[in-house]
Every structure is written in C-alpha cells, then in structure tokens.
Design a protein around this ligand. Structure first.
Ligand code: SF4
Length: 523
C-alpha cells in the first residue's frame, strides 16, 4: 500500500504497512484500484461528464476514498464494479462496445513517479476527493453544477495523462475556482433548505434518558433522523462537524434536538467508551471502532465499516431509534465540557449573520475598536502540536476578532474570550465547506474598505488534516488570497519543488509558535 493523503501519515512521508488511521493495506490497494478505474472512465469519456449516473458514481467513489470514511473492502469493491459498469455504458454509447482501450490506470506509476509531478497530481486528485464530499451533499439536496460535474472527469483524466508542471498548475488553479462554485451551490442548498444560520448557543450537557449522537457533515441525514425520532422519547445530540446544524432554523425547531456531545472527532474512542446511546456516522471522521461501543455504532451514506450496521438509501432510522430506547441513555444529567472546561458552544455566524451587522463591524474597524481579524479554521487531528491553535486564540489581543470554521475549532470553541461591540470575539461560521461564507465576508469587507482582500487587516491561520482542507486551500489560493499560515505540519504530498512555487507565488507559510506568528502578523 501507499497512502500519504492526510496529515497523520506515517513518518510524515506515507503509510506503507498499515494506515495510521487504521486503514488496512488491502483496503488501500482497493482504493487505488477504484481510483485507477475512475481515471479510465474519465479518459474513456473524453474528460467530460458522460451521464448523471456516471457523475454520481464518480462523486461517491472519490468521497469513499477520503480519510476516515470507509474501512470496508466489500464497499470499495462495489464501487469498483459500479465504475466499470459506467465505463462499459460509455463505450457502448460511443460505439466502442468491445472496449475503449482505456485500461485502469495503475496508481503505483504515480506514487513511484517524478516527485514534482506526483505532488501536483496528488494535489489535484486529493482536492477532487474533498470536492466530491461537497458535491455529494449539494446533490442530495438537489443542487448540481455542470462545471463541477465536468471537472471531476477532466481532472481525473489529467491525473492519468502525461502533463507538464505548468499544465498541472493551471489545472489546479482552475480546480480552485470550480471548488468555489461547488461550495457556493452547497451553501445555496443548505440555506434554501434549512434557512439562514443564526447565532445559537449549544449546551454540552446531556439530559437523562434515551438519546442518539449524530456525527459527520450530512444535514439531510440529520433532518431525516430528527423527523423520524420526533415524539419517540429520544433526544438528538450533534458531534464533531455536525455542531453548526444547531444554527439552521429548520433544524433547531425540533424540541428534541438538544445539544452537542463530546469534543473533537479524534477523542471519539475515549468519549464513546461505554456511551449508553447509539452513534450515527454520516461522513468522516470514523476511527477504528472499539469493542466497548461497537454494538451501538451505525453508518450511512458513504461511510462503512466491517460488521457495523449500515443504513441504506431508504434512510430508515428505526433500528437506531430502537437501540437508543433499549440503551436508555444516562440516568442523570451529565454536565460535560469542551477541552478548555467551557460548557456552552456558540455557532451560527455564517455570512448571513455577519453581513447583517457589516455596518457595525466596519464602524468598529474605522473607530479602531477592531484592529485585526483572524480566520482560525480547518481540521482537528491527533498531533500534540495542534494546541498551537488553542494558544494562538488565547493570546490574540482583545481588539481582534476570531472567525472560525470546521472541526479545528474544538481546540478553542468553549473559551470565553469576551466580546467586541456586542459581538462575541469568537464567531463560528460553520463546517469546513462554510469557508464559502468566510470568503464572501472577506470580499464584502474588501469592497466596503475599497481595497483587496490581501490589504484587509485579516490573516488566515489554517489547520489541515484531510482532503476537504486540500480543496478549500486550493480555492483560497486560486482566489489570490496570500500569506496563509498553515499547520500543524506541511502535507507529505507537497514536494520541496512544489512548496517553493507555492511559497513564492502565494506566500504560504508554515505556522511557528503563537507568540512568533502573532508578533509577525500584528507587527
Ligand atoms: Fe495513512 Fe492518512 Fe492514508 Fe490513513 S488516510 S492510510 S493515515 S495517509
């Protein structure tokens, strides 16, 4: 096996024996085979989406390969078969029923090839895996975009073709813009379906009685679970990236949608140990399931794990609701906290809310009450160095505002660091895909101050772990946003040569220490 797609990759270079995430070598090899088949399909299709069903299968195939999504060989094999069927359809439709001559691409050729080409193609492929997650969520809510659909095929065909570094850099730039479009349609899908997020305080306490924990990013699965569990004597709690769901009017209206369970995703093995409730995984991040709670874990959508019940396309959650009633929940109220001891989390500061108080924010900047904005966002993970983000936020001066998004915020979202002009200094904009909101806010501020985004008193301090962070980063770079700080370590798939280009053209900078970085940023 070879896999170097996430931040925790072995030795910082690549998992070759077994995934640090728990992925087995056989599963990794099957994922490579699936990717090779998708590349062959894309090439047979002429680098353009051939049909809705092919787009759907490719999106699911890419999403399946995202870190902490799928541990089941059986599931990956089914995806391989589905992609082969799509390729046969393309060949039949183009009068090449005997085969298009496009053999499955052998990923080993890429992993063992030229370092810089490997790096650029990995950026493109892994970015597409991330974008597939967003396209999947948007499609579930009925939103598609032709440019997004087509790019999956164009990009996959490019990964399996001879390309120069310049051609790949141009494609990566194009991909960044396409992913912005994808995040835009997902934003539209979410807000048109569930309303504009509004500032909402979320309790970390767990009430006595039966409950279900739902984790991942899929708001549609959450809505269905809320509907099916209503009046059944079962409360629903979010976990991880599902937290921002509490801010959507059409979701928060359910009285049994109570609060948030636990802290960051990487603490799940400890926090789910002996939990008297079932847990539903709708997307990443699923870790190796421990025996103490294996009988109460359920997966749905693209997530799968050997011997763990999977809720299929019928989305019948009656078994998990029954399990919650059987387990009964806690006998007494549990007073839980975030990692810093805070008991309440606030979310819902997406673009609708922030832009509705734009005048107030602009006045505060002009009056000197707000000196600087930081976007401290991205993924959380296990490495100890990630307490950088907690310390960074703690050390920011009182006349600065922290915008945040994605699961990296669990490092500091229970901190009370005060307010500025009636607004909390930490404003949670939502899930990782809500980077779209952050960009829209930055563009609106730039317009108000008649300057570019790079001239605003704004610094992006990002944390990365998996492939959605890759697609978001590529979008930010394609929009010309410079001097982004990134950590806790640089991706293994960025070669020294490619890093040099990124640093020279975008000012991308690795994080150092909170003290040093704050001193440099604030002068
Ligand atoms: Fe290793 Fe990350 Fe790949 Fe898992 S997803 S095998 S931890 S690089």
């Amino acid at each position: 096996m070879f896999c170097f797609q996430c931040e925790q990759t072995a030795q910082g270079t690549g998992c070759t024996v077994q995934g640090v995430c728990g992925k087995k070598p056989g599963t990794a090899d099957l994922m490579d085979e699936l990717t090779g088949e998708m590349i062959a399909l894309a090439k047979a299709s002429g680098g353009k989406a051939p049909s809705d069903s092919a787009v759907g299968e490719v999106i699911e195939g890419l999403f399946t390969c995202v870190t902490n999504v799928c541990f089941s060989d059986e599931t990956v094999q089914k995806k391989i078969n589905a992609i082969r069927e799509e390729k046969t359809k393309v060949e039949e439709d183009s009068g090449k029923a005997g085969g298009s001559g496009e053999a499955p691409f052998v990923m080993k050729e890429l992993w063992e090839g030229d370092e810089d080409v490997r790096s650029l193609k990995a950026l493109l492929l892994l970015g597409m895996r991330g974008m597939a997650a967003y396209a999947h969520h948007a499609a579930v809510l009925g939103k598609r975009d032709e440019a997004v659909d087509n790019f999956f095929f164009k990009g996959l065909a490019a990964v399996g073709s001879e390309k120069t570094a310049d051609e790949l850099l141009a494609l990566i730039d194009e991909f960044g813009h396409v992913n912005f479009k994808c995040m835009e349609i997902l934003d539209a899908a979410n807000t048109e379906t569930y309303g504009t997020p509004e500032p909402t305080k979320v309790s970390c306490d767990i009430e006595p009685g039966p409950f279900i924990v739902i984790t991942g990013h899929d708001l549609h699965d959450l809505k269905l679970l809320l509907e099916q569990s209503q009046d059944k004597g079962v409360n629903i709690y979010t976990h991880g990236e599902m937290l921002p769901a509490h801010a959507y009017p059409e979701l928060k209206k359910f009285a049994h949608f109570k609060g948030n369970f636990g802290t960051a995703w990487q603490n799940q093995q400890k926090e789910f140990d002996g939990i008297p409730a079932p847990v539903l995984f709708t997307t990443n991040c699923l870790m190796l399931v421990m025996p103490s709670y294996a009988d109460r874990v359920y997966t749905t959508s693209v997530v799968s794990y050997p011997d763990i019940p999977h809720i299929g396309a019928d989305k019948d959650f009656s078994k998990i609701i029954g399990k919650a009633l059987e387990l009964g929940g806690y006998h007494e109220k549990q007073n839980m906290t975030g990692i810093n001891g805070g008991n309440t989390l606030t979310t819902g500061f997406a673009r609708g809310t922030v832009l509705s108080v734009a005048d107030k924010v602009i006045d505060a900047v002009k009056a000197g009450a707000i000196k600087h904005f930081f976007l401290v966002g991205g993924c959380d993970g296990m490495k100890p160095g990630r307490n950088y983000y907690t310390e960074f936020v703690k050390q920011t001066p009182k006349d600065t505002v922290i915008l945040t998004l994605a699961c990296g915020k669990y490092r500091f979202n229970d901190l009370d660091i005060g307010e500025i002009g009636g607004l909390p200094r930490i404003m949670d904009m939502g899930q990782c895909n809500d980077s779209y909101s952050a960009v829209r806010v930055a563009l609106a501020l730039a317009e108000a101050f008649d300057c570019t985004v790079n001239e605003l008193p704004l610094t992006l301090v990002l944390s990365w772990y998996e492939q959605k962070a890759v697609c978001v980063l590529l979008t930010l770079l394609s929009l010309g946003i410079k001097n982004i700080r990134i950590g806790p370590s640089l991706p293994a798939f960025v070669s020294p040569g490619v890093l040099k280009v990124l640093v020279e053209t975008t000012g991308l900078t690795p994080i150092s220490t909170p003290e040093e970085d704050l001193a440099k940023i604030l002068g």
